[in-house]
Design a protein around this ligand. Sequence first.
Ligand code: ZN
Length: 380
Amino acid sequence: MLLKNVIGQEHAKKGLLDMYQSGHLPHALLLVGEEGYGGLPLAWAFIQYIMCEHKLPTDACGTCPNCSKISKWEHADVHISFPSIKLSSDKKNLSKYHIDSFKEFVAQTSYGTCYDWLQFIDADNKQGNISKDECDEIIHQMSLKSYEGGLKVQVIWLPEYLGKEGNRLLKLIEEPPADTLFILITSAKEDVMPTIVSRTQLVPLVPIPANYLYEELVHKGITDPTAAAQIAQIAKGSYAEALHLAKQLDNDLFADLRNWFNALFAKKGADIISFVEEYAKKGREQQKNFLHYVMTILEQAIKARYIPESHVNLPDAEKQFVLKLASMQLDMDQLQQMIKEINDTQYAIERNAHSKTQLHALSISLQFIIQNRKWMGNVY
Ligand SMILES: [Zn+2]
């Protein structure tokens, strides 16, 4: 994994490179960010950079023996622990028993969530954890001499799964043997023992900007540009979420939005009803995704209206739609009321409210809000 292949996180990348290049790399780092922001790939790429034999100024070479071993998680001095389950009752719960699955998992994408990972190893409903035995294994590994005579690295992906067993690692993280580096990657810092957190240097990660997600989805050929633009808007900065959405979205959200809004703005009752009936047949996830998408479009319209210099980062058709909405005589209050109504509906649908009733009620209240304005013709 090369740093340039980690999506976004420019600030964190620069921070890590600065620490290393200035000779002030702490012996324990804690990467903090939601699942899907890219903590694991960032840690992976940074380790490869540190261990690379022919480093470039801001990245590993990608071709030296160390790069090649690390890119396959096969370097003898780079260890990783992650949530896992017992393979059988007579076997300890150790990450090394799952390492082949793990390599396969991250080869597909290193942006997967813990849930994706546990699904991948068929954990079913078993709760994954990082066990007491795994802690002992870490302590043992780190007490051995480095195989290749250089740095030894221990990655702990999701230390929130250590629970109280984390106590066992305190001394090691506080007074590590020479030439060791710990990189912990968490998506729930509040669930990591404070005594561990306080012994590490925090590296905050940020949501991945929509345009980066868009580029990645299109560049990797995961979806077409139309779907990619919609997914990028609703993935909340998470590439894992974007990948999930890419599997789920089977329709063009923009086309749906345009039909619905045209019916609402033009007061076409029959069209509104057929839209509601169509959408009520879709799964709850689809309905929630759609409503989330509509809210992001309305938010963009508010931005375009009130911060005119802000750049609308959308494909052309959607951009024109947003600008048209922004130029209508809907004031800030109306746009915000619309967002609130949609948000409430999304919340209700999430809690299993009857979606047809909800979507119908939503259409009516949006119409009321819209009619408060001066009639300007079709949105589109
Ligand atoms: Zn290299």
